[in-house]
Design a protein. Structure first.
Length: 405
């Protein structure tokens, strides 16, 4: 198959979408498929990624809120690119305007909407959960659910990458939802990478001795990630036990997070670790992942923590909670820094040998993203078969004079 992924939020600067698509451009050709990513960028050019894999960049304007991104503005040009590529399957990687543009394309290829994001959790529930019920919130934002239902009608399938999000989408009235749980990059993360020397150096950077607890926060420094909550909880826990926190990440809230971290010498904000091998060593060498975001769908960093044998302290909603439950981690009430503090202290009080043995045992059961792609491509082949059978049925009906060809 030739699979074309129209990815509005693919950027060379990193992020979960980039990690996912980059791996798909490895896994697809290995399974005999061609994978092409169409992304908005600074200029029109093609980036080859090896046999049967490439990125087609289209020159498009900067995204106003974040200049690391661009957005699809020229509808006709995008449709011409799809016409020229002649895909067997077309994906849209974002549930916004780009998905509508893919849905409106006049081509005959089956198309799939891959829900990498949960906008309601990231931007609505996060603010309104404390003051209203989910039922009331969903009624108030019925226009968004109408938008998703329209997209669902335009596409042949809507793919949720975690079970709980699939259930939410079906409850919102979408009819073509399938669940295909995501996974982590294979061969990178492992408990065997634990480095006690690295752990001691990170604790020293936090002005703490080697017997202190080292928490890791990792990811984009955006508002929905709730880094102020994580910092507040770690600071409060530090009043009762020696707790250090290292946050590795970057994003538009870096200045704000840096100012908060500077108030506590036991909290260090470092640049994101872009080398995957080094990041895997860091993951395996800390004592627990301190996660504050309840708005993630799969939560890649949670899956990577599980695969690294790193215990997880997570809110009780979202993908992070799924990973914590699957690995017998620590769960606290979303958005509540006092509850997170208590979870951190409970973790600190649990015998470290028991915690590590349990985390290593669960690390062996983490699904890989390649397993996700095997299932994804099999589903696409089913869509193609259904399309072919439908066309064959129409041809037979036209031949019998049942319909006008």
């Amino acid at each position: 198959m030739r699979i074309v992924d129209v990815a509005a939020f693919y950027t060379p600067f990193g992020g979960g979408v980039k990690t996912y698509i980059d791996r798909k451009m490895v896994a697809g050709p290995q399974l005999g498929h061609e994978v092409i990513c169409v992304a908005p960028g600074r200029s029109n050019h093609v980036e080859e990624r090896g046999p049967n894999a490439r990125i087609v960049y289209m020159k498009e304007p900067y995204f106003p809120l974040d200049r690391k991104y661009h957005y699809f503005n020229d509808v006709d040009a995008l449709h011409r690119v799809l016409d020229d590529l002649k895909p067997d399957i077309v994906e849209a990687s974002s549930p916004w305007r780009s998905a509508r543009l893919v849905g409106e394309w006049a081509g005959n290829a089956p198309r799939a909407l891959v829900m990498h994001a949960d906008p309601m959790s990231a931007w609505v529930y996060r603010f309104l959960d404390p003051i209203a019920s989910r039922e009331m919130i969903d009624r108030s934002f019925g226009f968004f659910w109408q938008h998703l239902r329209r997209l669902d009608a335009m596409f042949d399938g809507t793919i949720a990458i975690i079970d709980h999000h699939a259930e939410s989408l079906r409850a919102g009235g979408l009819k073509k939802v399938v669940a295909n749980v995501m996974g982590v990059e294979p061969g990178i993360f492992s408990p065997s990478l634990r480095d006690e020397g690295l752990r001691a150096r990170m604790l020293e950077r936090c002005h703490l001795p080697p017997d202190a607890t080292l928490l890791l926060g990792a990811g984009r420094l955006g508002p929905e990630k709730r880094w102020p909550l994580v910092i507040e909880a770690a600071t409060a826990a530090g009043a009762h036990a020696p707790v250090g926190l290292v946050i590795a990440g970057d994003g538009r809230e870096r200045g704000r997070i840096a100012r908060l971290a500077e108030k506590n010498p036991h909290i260090q904000l470092v640049q994101p670790v872009t080398d995957r091998t080094q990041f895997a060593r860091l993951m395996a060498s800390c004592d627990a992942l301190a996660h504050g975001c309840e708005a993630e769908v799969f939560c890649t960093v949670g899956g990577e923590a599980r695969a690294s044998g790193l215990p997880i302290i997570s809110p009780d909603r979202g993908g992070g909670a799924d990973h914590a439950r699957l690995s017998e981690g620590w769960i606290f009430e979303s958005g509540n820094p006092a509850a997170m503090m208590r979870a951190i202290l409970d973790f600190c009080a649990t015998p470290r040998e028991l915690v590590r043995e349990r985390a290593i045992r669960h690390a062996a059961n983490v699904r890989t993203v390649d397993e996700h792609f095997v299932d994804l491509f099999a589903y696409y082949e089913e869509l193609l078969q259904q399309k072919a059978q439908g066309a064959e049925h129409l041809d037979r009906a036209a031949g019998r004079g049942i319909i006008n060809a």
